[in-house]
Design a protein around this ligand. Structure first.
Ligand SMILES: CC(C)(COP(=O)(O)OP(=O)(O)OC[C@H]1O[C@@H](n2cnc3c(N)ncnc32)[C@H](O[C@H]2O[C@H](COP(=O)(O)OP(=O)(O)OP(=O)(O)O)[C@@H](O)[C@H]2O)[C@@H]1O)[C@@H](O)C(=O)NCCC(=O)NCCS
Ligand SMILES: Nc1ncnc2[nH]cnc12
Length: 292
């Protein structure tokens, strides 16, 4: 008898985009060795996080990402109604995440970033470039969510006021330059140079860290922590990247410096997940590869 070849049912667009978002979060968490972040070695600068918790958190967000993508597909355009639906679904996703993590904030920033992007990806035409997806996500982020409940100032809000820096909201409203202008180009440069995938992704994270105003780092370690992150990440890349011995030495120095300051680049980690999401979205959209 012929072996029955399992014919997987075609996934809907919303299911494919939710899969891509969750996979990006899991692959980001699994990537090692990331400086002062949760990875396969341990919890970095976090007493309350673990790799298992990051996995559970990522999976808990699949329904929210699915519904956000479905909302974008149904809307077919960027408008206030879609922005407010995404806001509501994002808050529901946050509640689901907190229920699974026991109240620990694992992916609050990632829900915002990837929620906007799956919604935008679902409304662009076939063969659109990822830069158009990011532009549509930025347009959504710039719209006011009148349904958003008043909240106490967040960690990000407090450090934005104190240091006059941007943050997650501004990064989205600018079209995720940390990923489009830094993470993705570095990922592709390292791949083109023959660097194996794990280190190409680490190099992408370092390119993001070298320029990001990460409010997690500022919240925990102020400007000293931000300089340690940016200068240390740049030093690894200047030394030849994470795949070289000199680069690995610099990477270890960066991690020790961040751990000493109790600084954790959670924002950069989110933008690495955005980078991985956009990198994998591109072939799915059918645009010319590498066209950004
Ligand atoms: C727009 C929101 C993201 C709120 O942003 P805001 O800056 O006002 O508030 P925060 O709560 O501080 O969230 C910012 C999170 O975004 C990540 N981030 C930081 N800097 C940047 C940056 N420059 N660019 C992009 N993203 C950035 C970061 O998130 C990750 O780190 C968190 C885990 O790290 P940790 O240090 O543990 O964080 P804490 O637990 O807060 O600190 P400790 O107490 O442990 O020291 C985790 O969130 C990662 O994702 C920042 O934390 C958005 O949340 C919002 O308004 N949501 C409401 C619902 C909504 O409108 N959703 C819309 C969906 S389309
Ligand atoms: N791997 C990670 N470690 C710590 N915080 C994070 N936020 C998002 N990803 C993270």
């Amino acid at each position: 008898m012929n072996a029955q070849i399992a014919v997987l049912p075609r996934l809907s667009l919303a299911e494919q985009l939710a899969d891509l978002a969750v996979e990006a979060l899991i692959d980001e968490a699994e990537l090692s060795p990331k400086p002062a972040l949760v990875d396969r070695r341990g919890s970095g600068a976090h007493l309350d996080l673990s790799l298992e918790l990051m996995h559970a958190s990522a999976w808990s967000l699949w329904p929210a990402f699915h519904d956000m993508a479905a909302a974008g597909q149904a809307a077919g355009q960027v408008d206030v109604a879609l922005r407010e639906t995404l806001g509501r679904l994002g808050r529901e996703g946050e509640a689901q995440m907190l229920a699974v993590t026991g109240g620990i904030n694992t992916h609050r920033g990632a829900i915002w970033a990837l929620g906007l992007l799956v919604g935008a990806a679902a409304l662009v035409p076939p063969r659109a470039r990822v830069s158009l997806v990011a532009l549509q996500a930025a347009r959504l982020a710039r719209l006011e969510d009148r349904q958003a409940p008043a909240q106490l100032p967040s960690n990000g809000e407090r450090v934005r006021r104190r240091y006059g820096v941007r943050g997650a909201r501004a990064e989205a409203q600018a079209g995720f330059p940390g990923a489009l202008a830094h993470g993705l180009p570095q990922l592709r440069r390292s791949r083109a140079a023959g660097v194996e995938e794990n280190h190409a992704q680490l190099d992408a994270l370092l390119a993001i860290m070298a320029q990001l105003e990460d409010t997690c780092v500022l919240h925990r370690a102020g400007l000293e922590g931000l300089r340690c992150m940016q200068d240390g990440a740049r030093a690894v890349l200047v030394a030849g990247g994470s795949a070289t011995l000199a680069g690995r030495r610099s990477l270890r120095e960066l991690e020790l410096g961040l751990l000493e300051l109790n600084a954790s680049p959670g924002g950069a980690a989110d933008l690495l997940a955005v980078t991985l999401f956009l990198d994998r979205l591109e072939p799915m959209l059918g645009a010319p590869i590498g066209s950004l």
